[in-house]
Ligand binder design. Structure first.
Ligand code: COA
Length: 170
């Protein structure tokens, strides 16, 4: 059986600006590139990750066209009864180029974002999930919280969250 075209793939940390083209094209086509920044994008703690395939996977930092992007920001969750809100992070701007979907790109990006949170001693991650992406997040251990709502210009969303497992004691 032939290998999946994205089998040769690399996820690496990138500058915020590297995520903006896919954020704009896939998630916010009604906005301009200048409008797709998130508050906190430039915080030194914020993690931005992009996936690259084929030759771009070997191109090294700063080169290539991303096939998927995600951002994770240190932000307390809008969830009730959280004991440690200052140790929670928000996943945002999750997108895979359409022709590369269902090949594990999104999963590799979520894994990179969760590893970033764990490395910063985070205990939980939350997001505002678009309803068509809920199953994707469930597959990554997220659960829904509360009722869906319509985000003007973006469609129906629901809050989702998951905890980060603590590493076992040495
Ligand atoms: C959601 C999204 C990022 C998933 O990216 P992806 O690269 O296709 O993700 P993966 O290939 O790693 O998917 C992993 C698993 O999630 C599930 N999944 C992914 N997309 C799904 C969908 N549209 N519907 C149901 N399940 C889905 C599947 O179980 C999939 O595994 P499988 O195909 O082997 O069964 C991508 O569909 C996308 O960019 N959508 C448009 C933008 C968007 O909605 N982003 C989320 C904003 S909150």
């Amino acid at each position: 059986m032939a290998a999946h075209p994205d089998a040769h793939r690399q996820v690496r940390p990138v500058a915020a600006q590297t995520t903006y083209a896919l954020r704009q094209q896939i998630l916010r086509p009604h906005q301009s590139i200048a409008e797709v920044g998130f508050p906190g994008d430039d915080d030194p703690e914020t993690g931005h990750f992009a996936a690259f395939a084929g030759a771009d996977a070997d191109a090294g930092t700063g080169a290539g066209e991303p096939i998927g992007v995600v951002t994770v920001l240190h932000q307390p969750p809008p969830l009730a009864r959280i004991a440690d809100p200052d140790r929670w992070w928000r996943l945002r701007g999750m997108a895979t180029v359409e022709r590369h979907r269902r090949g594990g790109v999104g999963s590799a990006l979520v894994d990179a974002a969760l590893a970033h949170v764990a490395a910063h001693d985070g205990t939980g991650v939350w997001c505002h999930a678009r309803l068509p992406a809920v199953e994707f997040y469930r597959r990554h251990g997220f659960v829904e919280s509360g009722d869906p709502w319509d985000e003007p210009g973006l469609g129906p969303h629901v809050a989702m969250w998951r905890r980060i497992p603590r590493p076992p004691p040495p």
